[in-house]
Write a protein that binds this ligand. Structure first.
Ligand code: FAD
Length: 410
């Protein structure tokens, strides 16, 4: 077993690092201030398109897309993408500069895998070019959406159209003026089909009449502009039947195309966030003196640094193992490792960032370091894309079945 990154991975990692050093760290403060200011937060930062153009020119574009879509991306494996996503994860939201941010990435994977040529031409092409953004609308306030078979929004056939009715919330990207399309998961009821074949996914242009943004939702007080997370109502929203993806009753089949990669990408970025927080902590404790000695001379502080290093390394290795399994055996076979890392990485990041915050004292929870926002980010990752308990329940079930079948231990 070789734990070294390949030469290709090292070269790409160095390129992403250099790009971040030149174009992203220097503007981080100004960019985040724009996103927090109530007068500007719902508009894209004016310089973002210039920096995206530079990333595209440097070949650091659509890095997340796996190799079967090699003509429109560098064609990296999930494993090769891991250290690059980790670099991007160091600055929250920076994956957008590389056209690698959720929920666009999942939507692009879905369209690339299951879209018709017409759907790909109209929506995938501008998404791959970074000209528009998109959102994924599944979660609903009225039902426990971690069990997606509960989703109630209706998608009903009417002549050559489908008509959509329902209320959604936590729809990331819905507030962004650049978001031009929603992929919505709703119910196409059919008494002859099984519980997992009652739902479908459909493309809804953002300017379709009947779509109402009710309100932006804050995440522990932050609005995450300009993308945001919206509560919204779809009222008699009518789209042509050609907008359905893959076919009626196949919504969960389509969902499988986005969930595995999307989940592990979150984990890769969470590792970057934790790593940067640890570096912040290490520098702070070396320069701060309390009770006559540097904080870094306190054994409890050294323990916090040591434990954080261990936990980041553990999560990184598990992420790489899951990524490698996805590449070699497919997302379906790797689903236990994907669940495992989705349980491990956000918790690890939350713990490490919490220690870093503590080492900064009051400054740690204030506006002058990225730590407080990083903590909130790690916290919400334990809910978004499936709460921890759902992954644990599924992983536990898989392992109990496997060990009872006498299957090989991995
Ligand atoms: C910042 C953010 C962004 C999001 N972005 C999007 C988006 O873009 N699109 C979208 O559709 N959704 C999005 N979501 C929604 C997210 O996916 C859901 O919140 C999540 O799936 C949980 O669904 P729920 O909120 O309905 O919780 P519920 O289903 O009501 O679950 C509540 C809690 O019950 C517990 N629970 C559930 N199942 C089990 C179990 N089997 N065993 C034990 N305990 C259990 C868990 O602790 C869970 O947190 C986002 C959420 C957040 C916070």
């Amino acid at each position: 077993m070789d734990f070294e990154y390949s030469d290709k991975m090292k070269e790409l990692q160095a390129k992403v690092r250099a790009f971040m050093d030149e174009h992203i760290y220097p503007i981080e403060h100004e960019w985040l201030a724009h996103q927090k200011d109530p007068s500007t937060m719902w508009t894209p930062w004016p310089q973002i398109e210039d920096i995206k153009a530079k990333a595209k020119e440097a070949g650091l574009w659509n890095l997340f897309l796996p190799k079967e879509y090699g003509k429109i991306s560098p064609g990296l494996t999930t494993l090769e993408y891991a250290p690059l996503a980790e670099e991007m994860g160091r600055v929250m939201g920076s994956s957008e500069f590389f056209n690698c941010s959720a929920p666009d990435t999942g939507n692009m994977e879905v369209l690339a895998k299951y879209g018709t040529p017409e759907q790909q031409e109209r929506w995938l092409k501008p998404l791959l070019d970074g000209e528009i953004r998109s959102a994924f609308a599944m979660t609903e306030p009225d039902v426990a959406s971690s069990d997606a078979t509960n989703i109630e929004t209706s998608i009903i056939r009417d002549g050559d159209d489908y008509v959509v009715n329902g209320r959604k919330w936590w729809i990331s990207g819905a507030m962004d003026p650049r978001t031009k399309v929603f992929i919505l998961l709703g119910k196409t009821p059919d008494a002859d089909r099984a519980r997992h074949q009652q739902h479908s996914q459909i493309l809804i242009p953002a300017d379709t009449p009947g779509i109402e943004i009710v309100r932006p939702l804050s995440v522990v007080g932050s609005f995450h502009g300009p993308s945001g997370h919206a509560e919204m109502v779809f009222r008699d929203v009518r789209v042509p039947k050609e907008n359905l993806i893959l076919g009626e009753g196949r919504g969960f089949e389509v969902a499988q195309g986005r969930l595995g990669p999307g989940r592990i990408h979150h984990c890769m970025r969470a590792i970057g966030l934790a790593q940067r927080s640890l570096e912040y902590m290490a520098r702070r404790v070396e320069s701060r003196v309390a009770f006559g000695r540097k904080l870094s001379d306190q054994s409890s502080i050294r323990q916090d640094v040591a434990l954080s290093f261990c936990e980041i390394e553990q999560a990184r290795l598990l992420t790489l193992k899951a990524a490698d399994a996805m590449d070699r055996h497919g997302n379906k076979v790797a689903k236990d490792l994907i669940a495992a890392i989705k349980i491990v990485a956000p918790r690890m990041a939350q713990t490490v960032i919490d220690r870093a915050i503590q080492s900064f004292g009051g400054m740690g929870v204030g506006p002058d370091t990225p730590l407080a926002a990083a903590f909130v980010n790690a916290r919400h990752l334990r809910i978004a894309d499936g709460p921890d308990e759902v992954h644990m329940s599924q992983l536990g079930k898989m392992k109990i079945a496997k060990f009872n079948d006498g299957g090989p231990h991995r």
